[in-house]
Design a protein around this ligand. Structure first.
Ligand SMILES: [Cu+2]
Length: 686
């Protein structure tokens, strides 16, 4: 392999020169952009932040910048693999679980790199050459096995999984298995300095866990901005036909119908979201070619007339960019969210905030031609007019046939284009304008709808019942499973908040409970017996006991919220900002029993008072509230989630917008006492 590699070097250099020339051309093209695209719309306050590795003062050996040199030519590329022929990719049968081994190599790579030479002229060459074409703009990325998204892992429920992650990056990394609660294997959760020490460059870490549930899950790096640069992939866990309650609703469940939607950056200018891609591909917003120009590379989903297909969509969101998903002239029968089956809802489209997933059934019952699959960005992406398409292609349609409809039928009026601090603290009425365009369409999980309802039990009930015929709020979705707790269960209620504050030095601090998270230097799960809890952790109560007022002072510390194990827990989480934040906790799936908007909240006392007055209603148990692992907290609103804390350990609790999490919108739930947690070696290496 090495000999072959070195032989191919001269031609690589020629290709590199060609590509550098092309990249130069693109840079010039970009420099010549018209004002409205190149304007500093997003050089807002929110966008200016420290590099995550500068903030993470305790990370040792992390370089002072991204080391994105193109060193992949020196790697043993023969070991890179997609898992198309993996023995665990099979029809799932009851009682036939397997052991499944995977190797994921995480490495620096490039969009429109040397492999893309043929791909530029022949779309079909892209996959074969390991070209990451992206949107045709040369930019540094971090890939998994030379792919973005990384290779899909397909399993059956109860399979045992072994994954070796090899870190070929110039910086530390970890891998998180989003949607798996890691019951019994907390050290495999992939939370840096919480459940494991990160893998330094050149290290290997063996993740071993059980896929103890079905659903659309995913894996992604949990370090810095790596998932934004590409370190993420689908983790699809299927069930046997007997166990799958939705099996009768569809004929095919194909991995090529799993879509990862992602907002991207081109370079180190992380403050500027530049495009949205679907499975790593899509139209280029810089070259201003029409959407249907054949020089764009769109993802294609093939279907045969007369069949029903299960499709899976996830948003790997990095900036504040919720998206709306729909398909021209097709209804979507939504059957699952975050890997949890729901009572089916027939809709025209749905919204995703970062980390959310929706599975739907598409019936190929229209004229056999091509149709646009539409993804439209909002908030920061709306401000930059970002949207993306893919093509639903019926068997029998020619490749050159123009897809029906438009990717973006109507440009929404400019609404909350800026997401700067002043705008975030001001209410907005933009939602009304955008909503007018959606008249008559059934939309699920629309973040704007929740943002327009008034406070109070009547509005809440309307959201959960009457509006179901038209706009279906997240809280209106119903699980197929009854709640797992007995009637009249009394929950321990924790109040928490998401907020933004400016430090006296001008730095913007994204906070949970008015505390900006500082990561620890000792991994909490491994080092828990070494820690003097009082001196090492902080939380709202401990700071108050010290006389600290985080409303006035800047509180930056390791926020660890303690909860007892094996108890019914309820979290009421308020959002002081006008933009939504995707709430995510590790180690536990939860029921969403409340969600709404209350108007201005700037102290936890406000939300506690409202709750005391009975103005934050909960869904009754018989409603079978939806199960999720990631959910939007509406702007100036709240969510109420419930779970049984039967998984002792240290679990991250954070906003799933990467830009917010790396700036401090993160905390840890410590569930149970030290002695109730699994004993794990101080450092696990293979
Ligand atoms: Cu956020």
């Amino acid at each position: 392999m090495c000999v072959r590699e070195s032989k191919s070097f001269p031609s690589h250099w020629i290709i590199i020169f060609l590509v550098l020339g092309l990249a130069q051309a693109l840079t010039e093209e970009e420099a010549a952009l018209p004002e409205d695209i190149a304007d500093p719309l997003f050089s807002t306050d929110e966008a200016k932040f420290d590099w995550p590795w500068a903030r993470n003062k305790t990370t040792k050996g992390t370089p002072a910048g991204l080391n994105l040199k193109n060193d992949y030519t020196q790697m043993d590329i023969g070991s890179f693999s997609d898992f198309d022929r993996h023995p665990c990719r099979r029809v799932c049968q009851q009682g036939q679980s397997q052991s499944c081994y995977y190797q994921l190599v995480v490495h620096n790579y490039q969009r429109l790199g040397p492999e893309c030479q043929r791909c530029q002229f022949d779309e079909r060459a892209c996959a074969a050459e390991h070209c990451i074409y992206g949107d045709g703009v040369a930019s540094p990325v971090m890939a998994v096995n030379r792919m973005i998204p990384g290779p899909s892992i397909e399993l059956c429920e109860n399979d045992s999984v072994v994954v070796d992650v090899l870190n070929y990056l110039g910086e530390a990394t970890t891998m998180h298995w989003h949607g798996l609660n890691m019951v019994g294997t907390p050290e495999m959760d992939g939370a840096a300095f919480v459940t494991q020490y990160p893998l330094q460059p050149g290290e290997v870490y063996r993740y071993e866990f059980k896929a103890d549930r079905g659903g659309s899950l995913w894996y992604h790096s949990h370090m810095g901005w790596q998932r934004g640069f590409g370190v993420a992939g689908h983790l699809i866990v299927r069930q046997s036909r007997q166990a799958n309650q939705h099996a009768h609703l569809y004929d095919y469940d194909l991995v090529e119908h799993a879509l990862m939607v992602q907002d991207i950056f081109y370079d180190r200018e992380l403050q500027t979201v530049r495009n949205i891609l679907i499975n790593g591909k899509g139209r280029n917003h810089l070259n201003q070619l029409p959407d249907n120009d054949n020089r764009h590379r769109y993802e294609r989903l093939r279907v045969t007339p007369g069949y029903r297909y299960r499709m899976r969509v996830l948003l790997n969101g990095i900036s504040n960019c919720p998206v709306e998903f729909s398909i021209e002239e097709h209804k979507l029968l939504i059957i699952s969210t975050d890997g949890n089956d729901i009572e089916p809802v027939l809709a025209d489209g749905f919204f995703l905030t970062s980390a959310e997933r929706f599975d739907f059934v598409l019936e190929a019952n229209q004229l056999a031609t091509n149709y646009w699959i539409r993804v439209r960005g909002y908030e920061q992406c709306e401000g930059r007019k970002l949207y993306q398409g893919a093509v639903l292609s019926y068997r029998g349609a020619t490749r050159t046939e123009q897809p029906r409809g438009n990717i973006l039928p109507t440009i929404a009026p400019q609404s909350r284009a800026l997401d700067g601090v002043d705008n975030l603290l001001k209410p907005t009425n933009s939602s009304e304008q955008s909503r007018a365009l959606d008249e008559g369409r059934v939309l699920v999980n629309d973040y704007r709808i929740v943002a327009t309802i008034a406070a109070g039990p009547e509005a809440f009930l309307r959201l959960a019942t009457a509006e179901k015929d038209n706009n279906v709020g997240t809280v209106a979705l119903r699980s197929l499973q009854p709640v797992p707790w007995p009637r009249n269960t009394r929950f321990l209620t924790y109040y928490s908040s998401f907020s933004l504050r400016r430090a006296p030095n001008g730095e913007l601090l994204f906070q949970i409970d008015e505390i900006s998270y500082i990561p620890p230097g000792i991994s909490l799960l491994q080092g828990r017996h070494l820690l003097q809890e009082g001196g090492y952790f902080c939380n709202r109560s401990s700071l108050a006991a010290q006389g600290r007022n985080c409303q006035q002072d800047v509180c930056e510390c390791l926020n660890v919220i303690r909860m007892p194990a094996y108890r019914p827990i309820e979290m009421v989480v308020a959002n002081y900002m006008t933009s939504t934040h995707p709430y995510h906790i590790h180690g536990n799936s939860f029921r969403l029993v409340g969600q709404g908007v209350v108007g201005n909240i700037d102290e936890l006392r406000n939300i506690q008072n409202l709750d005391r007055q009975g103005r934050l209603p909960r869904l009754p148990d018989h409603y079978h509230a939806v199960v999720k692992d990631s959910v939007q907290i509406p702007g100036l609103g709240y969510i109420i989630v419930r779970f049984i804390s039967n998984n002792p350990g240290f679990w991250l609790y954070h906003c799933h917008i990467e830009a917010h999490a790396v700036q401090g919108m993160m905390a840890v739930l410590k569930i149970g006492e030290d002695h109730q947690m699994k004993r794990v070696p101080a450092r696990v290496r293979c």
